[in-house]
Write a protein that binds this ligand. Sequence first.
Ligand code: DC
Length: 220
Amino acid sequence: MHIAIDGPSGAGKSTVAKALAREMNCIYLDTGAMYRTVGLLATRLGVDTHDDKALAKMLKNAKIEVKLLPEGQHMLLNGEDVEGLIRNETIAMAASDVAVCPSVRKILVDIQRAIAEENDVVMDGRDIGTHVLPNAEYKFFVTASPEVRAKRRYDQLIKNGQEADYEQVLTDVKNRDYQDTHRAESPLQVAEDAVEVNTDGLTIEEEVSLLMAMTGQLLG
Ligand code: DC
C-alpha cells in the first residue's frame, strides 16, 4: 500500500500523513526532512546550495539515513541525529535550494523508493505522486492559500516560543512556493490522478478528519 501526499509547505501534509499512516498501519516517510538534512550539511560545510556538482561531491562523502521509529522519523547525518536541527526557516530555504539540483534528487529518490519497496508507506513531499511513486494507490494534493499557510506557520512559531514576523513568514512561504514550482526537475505539481484538497478555512483537526473520510471512501 502506497499513499502519496504532495503539496506546498505549510499545507498540513505531515499532520495528515502521520494520522493516515497510524490509521492504515503504514510507516510515514517525510521526504522534506531528507532535503532539509542535505541543506543542513551544505550549510555546515559552506557548500553552495545551488551548485549541483559541488553538492554531488559533498554527498559522496556523507551518509544520509532515515531512522524509522515508532514515535516518528529521525534523520541521521553521518550517524548524528539531526532531527532537532532541521526545522527552521534557514534550513527550509536551503532544502528548497538543494532540491533544485538533479544529483541531490536522484540520490534521495533512490532511498525513498527503496523504503517504499520494503514497506507500506504514506509518503509526503512535492513529487511523490508525480515522480517517486507514480503507481501509488492513493494520491492527495493538499493545498491552502499562502496567507493561510503563513498564518499556521506563524502561530506554530509563536506557540513554540520563537520570535516571528507574519509578513516575513508570508514572504518565505511565497519564495519557497515559487522555487519549488518553477524548478526544471520534478517541480511541485498536481499529479493527474491525485485528489486535490483545498484546506483554506479548515483547522488542522478538520483537515485530518476530511482526508481520513476521503481515504475511507477511496478504500471503499
Ligand atoms: O516539506 P518540507 O517543507 O520539509 O520540504 C523542504 C523543501 O524540500 C521544500 O521546500 C522542497 C524540497 N522537497 C522537494 O523538493 N521534494 C520533496 N519530495 C520534498 C521536499
